[in-house]
Design a protein around this ligand. Structure first.
Ligand SMILES: [Zn+2]
Length: 225
């Protein structure tokens, strides 16, 4: 009984010494686990957000069905428009039209005029005709054309020796993302998109996605991966 008060504190001290490294290891493991969880959580979170964003992707691997027709198609000719039209029967979805209208009005306000939209929505059946009429490799198979989404257009400008050499093109490259559009088929990304450079083809994906894609020099395929 007499020894106990002396003995106990010593024992406790030794136990504390052993416990300290174990505690540090546990703490380190917890930090690592939390860090990894956070990192992968962020990554998965971003991927999930993108998948949940509902952004439609159309390519050889992701074709649309023959009966896919987007909601709320509008005839651009019948809408107020700050751009020209090569025909009176070019359609886009209402949201893509609104964004395009805002974008071309902004270009006009900066004295960049003369955009002409030459193509918008194309039905599966129409794409089948285009495909049948084209030389091999020049048109997408029916279902594989992004034009079936109603979310993209082809544009040109007057007096061009190639659209990519015009001030209109330069303006679009710099500003399209602010209105939710991306250049869908960049020059150096054919191996990713499966489609060679199309300076005239712009796709509506919304401002957030377009800005991230533009700033990181991505394609839609890379963004949604
Ligand atoms: Zn196109």
């Amino acid at each position: 009984m007499q020894n106990k008060p002396v003995h106990h504190p010593k024992k406790r001290a030794r136990r504390q010494k052993d416990a300290l490294p174990r505690l540090l290891i546990l703490l380190l493991a917890a930090i690592l686990a939390f860090g990894a969880g956070y990192y992968f959580g962020q990554k998965n979170g971003a991927a999930q957000r993108r998948r949940a964003s509902g952004i439609l992707i159309v390519n050889e691997q992701n074709p649309l069905s023959a009966d896919y027709v987007p909601d709320e198609l509008v005839n651009l000719y019948e809408m107020r428009h700050s751009f020209r039209l090569s025909r009176a029967d070019i359609y886009l979805t209402y949201s893509a039209y609104l964004a395009a209208q805002e974008m071309f009005a902004a270009a006009e306000a900066e004295n960049v005029n003369g955009f002409t939209i030459t193509s918008g929505y194309r039905s599966y059946q129409r794409q089948a005709e285009v495909y049948a009429e084209s030389k091999p490799g020049y048109a997408q198979k029916p279902g594989c054309s992004e034009h079936q989404t109603g979310l993209c257009f082809d544009v040109t400008a007057e007096n061009t020796g190639g659209f990519e050499n015009t001030p209109q093109y330069a303006w679009l490259r710099k500003n399209a993302h602010k209105y939710g559009f991306i250049q869908r088929y960049p020059a150096d990304k054919a191996s990713v998109t499966g489609i060679s450079y199309e300076p005239w083809h712009y796709r509506f994906v919304g401002v957030d996605a377009a800005t991230e894609i533009y700033k990181n020099n991505l394609t839609l395929e890379e963004y949604l991966k």
